[in-house]
Design a protein around this ligand. Structure first.
Ligand code: ATP
Length: 257
């Protein structure tokens, strides 16, 4: 099923990137990336392994510095921000890591409380409980609240990882390979959750994936990273109607649905 088209206000990008370059030694990964991400949309970034998708979202969240170019997030140029402002901006940009990054020695409740207590110091015990329960309910896992991560399935851990990112109410969600390593049914559940998060929390998201079903189901727009640039952007159908041989071979090798 292809996602229904939603109206996007193109006057006001939440993320705006121009001429972004990043190299590691002689390895030139990003070679002049231009990209706008608009409020409320889910933008899927596709590209072969090693093309720099994770590097891109690390630069957006201020975890890596660009070599050249402009990266504006919520109106702020990330590379120029003093540490304090960068930290404040990072709270508005939720990073959902590929491995879920849960603390194995803490219960689900403690995993969710941790970012909340660290970043919102004035909350009462009952406010913390309410926030934890509300976000767990949103990912459909309230019943796991006292469980340990080791007792959860891979799909449940992904959901808890997303809940832990959501608990700080970010304006932007960055999902790094949200369906990697999951069976097809669980992938469908995660795709649905990403769309539910977009609706309920009104987030803007960048979703990095190799999974073309995930791209089709969650992406309002697709951008394909080829040779260090976004050569092609559009709806799923527009991108894969391209006659570019790199796009066609990506499709043929990756589409399993
Ligand atoms: N901090 C770093 N130092 C040196 N090289 C790095 C660093 N981070 C990434 N790279 C290199 O940059 C390239 C792009 O990495 P990146 O993780 O962005 O790829 P990707 O497109 O996300 O790949 P995959 O789909 O396999 O996750 C790789 O060759 C990687 O080894």
């Amino acid at each position: 099923m292809i996602k229904e088209q939603k109206a996007i206000d193109k006057n006001n990008p939440v993320i705006s990137i121009r001429g972004l370059q990043k190299a590691f030694g002689d390895l030139h990964i990003l070679r002049g990336v231009d990209l706008d991400v608009y409020k409320g949309e889910n933008l899927v970034v596709l590209g072969r392994s090693g093309t720099g998708k994770s590097v891109l979202i690390k630069i957006i969240s201020g975890l890596l510095l660009p070599d050249q170019g402009m990266v504006k997030v919520l109106g702020e140029e990330v590379a120029n921000l003093p540490t304090r402002e960068l930290m404040a901006l990072r709270l508005k940009v939720g990073f959902s890591f590929q491995n879920s990054a849960l603390y194995d020695s803490m219960t689900v409740r403690q995993n969710l409380e941790f970012p909340l207590v660290r970043n919102s110091r004035n909350l009462s015990r009952s406010q913390i409980n309410d926030e934890v329960e509300s976000v767990l309910d949103a990912v459909g896992l309230l019943q796991t609240i006292e469980q340990m991560p080791s007792e959860l399935s891979g799909g449940q851990r992904k959901r808890i990882g997303i809940a832990r990112t959501l608990i700080l109410r970010p304006e932007i969600m960055l999902y790094d390979e949200p369906t990697a390593g999951l069976d097809p049914i669980t992938c469908i559940e995660i795709n649905n959750l990403i769309n539910e998060v977009q609706e309920k929390y009104k987030t803007t998201a960048i979703i990095i994936t190799h999974d073309l079903t995930c791209a089709k189901e969650t992406g309002d727009r697709i951008a394909m990273l080829l040779d260090g640039q976004f050569a092609i952007q559009g709806t799923f159908e527009e991108v894969f109607a391209s006659e570019d041989s790199r796009v066609q071979s990506f499709y043929n090798y990756n589409f399993t649905a």
